[in-house]
Design a protein around this ligand. Sequence first.
Ligand SMILES: [Fe+2]
Length: 126
Amino acid sequence: MAIPGLYRRGAALVSAPSGSDALTIGADASAGTRLTFRTDGSVRITQGAAVVVQIDADGTVHLGGAAGEFVALANLVTAQLTALQSAYDSHTHLYAPGPGAPVPTPAPIPLVGPLGPVAATKAKAT
Ligand SMILES: [Fe+2]
């Protein structure tokens, strides 16, 4: 069978993962970019020996490597920071300078004030 645009080669890729549990496509140069589908349901994009993107069988996506920390979502981070900013900027203390009832102090100076955006511009996640 002929597939136009593909070169049929009878030898295994030198730089691909060994074993029969994966399908790898991409450059065979040692520093090349390869896409590997594993029978465990995971998918990896590597550049040379470095894993740059990995999708685990459970759908977990790793960007920049096969390990790391979970990313925060911009809308949730903004909500948390806004709550802290609002609580700080509006808090007062009761001040009792002498005889008479305590009085509230003014709002703190400086205020945290409006917050800037925390969202990435090219990456999205859920
Ligand atoms: Fe205070």
